[in-house]
Design a protein around this ligand. Structure first.
Ligand SMILES: C[S@@+](CC[C@H](N)C(=O)[O-])C[C@H]1O[C@@H](n2cnc3c(N)ncnc32)[C@H](O)[C@@H]1O
Ligand code: SF4
Length: 462
């Protein structure tokens, strides 16, 4: 198959569509998933996976991922489908569900040591200190966390208190991200978000006081209506707080944001400004590359890169991944209730064969580089001998992919370390059947091709 212009347009469109629908992960896109896997099947697939891990002594480094689904306010820029909830008894109700779900899996996972735990959310620090204590006790009771390398959580500065930090530290949490986004009060106010600089300072001090030493801060480049000067002031203040790492996320105008829902436009001027902001904040992002101690890296990313590790996700919405084959999600709250109550329910899923799993791994990791040796260790086959290598070779000949030989090992990566570039060209690795399905899906929607480059640029930065 040649890389023809026609195809590139399709890959571009596929990239835009997936990002606009608010999820560029996983492979294959959720757009193409089936909804016919039962809870019993899911348990069986996990059993099969665990047997392989145990029998073959695969170095796998599993993650446990838990979502805490409440927010204090709904921020205007936010792409997440969130729930504003202030009632503490609702948080207890949530914890009851997590406990039920953990119980469902405890037998299957009893011999598996989890390597990382990631407590993600809308706002994990919204729970009370007592509820946070109960939450971690549930995880420890039902899963083997004895040799965990990293327990990471996230929090918003304005819901973080000293007693919550103390409890988190007592449960071995050793990395925390505080979401700051902006320190400019005007910007925050128009985005329906209320936090003061002192909240951020206090949150960091509490974390340090209880020896949670790894502190990441998240900022956003172009929070709606923020100007460059205000962004620069935020960055300069953040630098003074001396965090371990900082992520500067570019604003995505997805269809879920209130920004787009209320008919605001996002044009080249906005994109240019956002790019300038990212450029200004880049020196903070570089802090990450200076970390040489592996245990301090983003271990979840590191593990999926090095081990293609499996993910058990508690709560609904996001995606669990059982190594080699299965991706599934409990897409709605109704599905979730049925699932934890062990009632008949069919969930969204996609089963990959080994070639599909290889494509998924390549798509997720080619941007960063894949060691040939690592690939062989993971999949038991040399990359050059896989089916997909024909396509890889075409990308190599076109110099879209390049091979590097460093002093130790040979590795392959996309030539440019750019979101847009890797998002588009990784679509070339998609299975032909999926591309055909996408073309069918697009029939009758031809006008969506208009302004494709602008639309794409809204989501990615070069
Ligand atoms: C799942 S969100 C959770 C945000 C968190 N609750 C907070 O208070 O900011 C994690 C990250 O997604 C990013 N995010 C949310 N909406 C976004 C958007 N429209 N575009 C780009 N990034 C977004 C933010 O940078 C945020 O740090
Ligand atoms: S940015 Fe965070 S706190 Fe704000 S609505 Fe989104 S998830 Fe909730």
């Amino acid at each position: 198959m040649k890389i023809e212009m026609k195809n590139i347009e399709i890959y571009k469109h596929l990239s835009w569509k997936i990002k606009y629908e608010a999820g560029d992960m996983p492979y294959p896109p959720v757009l193409f998933w089936d909804k016919n896997i039962s809870s019993i099947d899911i348990k069986n697939w996990w059993k099969k996976t665990i047997n392989i891990i145990k029998k073959q002594k695969v170095d796998h480094n599993m993650w446990l991922y838990v979502h805490i689904p409440f927010c204090y306010t709904h921020c205007f820029f936010c792409t997440c489908v969130t729930k504003v909830e202030h009632k503490e008894n609702k948080y207890d109700y949530y914890l009851d569900f997590i406990e039920k779900e953990a119980k469902l899996f405890t037998d299957i996972f009893k011999d598996i040591e989890f390597n990382t735990v990631y407590v993600w959310g809308w706002t994990p620090t919204i729970l009370t200190a007592k509820q946070i204590d109960r939450f971690y006790n549930i995880l420890k009771k039902y899963f083997n966390l004895k040799n965990v390398s990293q327990i990471m959580t996230e929090g918003s500065p304005y819901t973080t208190t000293e007693d919550k930090m103390k409890i988190l530290a007592s449960h071995w949490v050793n990395k925390i991200t505080f979401w700051v986004q902006s320190l400019d009060n005007e910007t925050l106010k128009v985005n329906n978000r209320f936090q003061q600089f002192d909240d951020v300072k206090n949150a960091i001090n509490f974390a340090r006081k209880y020896w949670i030493k790894y502190i990441n801060l998240d900022l956003m480049a172009w929070v709606p209506w923020q100007n460059l000067q205000w962004f620069k002031e935020t960055v300069d203040l953040i630098e003074k707080l001396n965090p371990t790492t900082v992520h500067v996320n570019a604003f995505w105008p997805t269809k879920n944001t209130n920004y787009i829902k209320t008919w605001n436009k996002y044009n080249y001027e906005n994109i240019k400004l956002r790019n300038e902001m990212e450029k200004y904040g880049k020196f903070l992002e570089d802090l990450e590359s200076k970390i040489t101690d592996t245990s301090k890296k983003n271990l979840q990313l590191y593990n999926s890169h090095n081990y293609n590790s499996s993910i058990l996700w508690l709560w609904y919405w996001a995606i669990s991944h059982a190594f080699w084959w299965l991706h599934y999600t409990k897409n709605s709250f109704d599905d979730y209730i049925n699932f934890v109550n062990w009632k008949k329910v069919f969930l969204n899923w996609y089963k990959l064969n080994i070639n599909g799993e290889i494509i998924s791994y390549l798509i997720n990791n080619l941007r960063w580089g894949i060691y040939f040796k690592n690939f062989k260790d993971l999949f038991g086959i040399e990359l050059e001998k896989t089916k997909i290598f024909k396509k890889i070779n075409i990308l190599l000949n076109k110099k879209i992919l390049v091979i590097w030989d460093n002093e130790k090992w040979k590795y392959i990566k996309f030539k440019y370390n750019s979101d847009l570039y890797s998002a588009i060209y990784s679509k070339y690795l998609y299975d032909e059947v999926l591309i055909k399905k996408f073309i069918l899906y697009m029939k009758g929607n031809k006008k969506e091709f208009i302004n494709l480059d602008l639309r794409l640029k809204q989501f990615f930065t070069d």
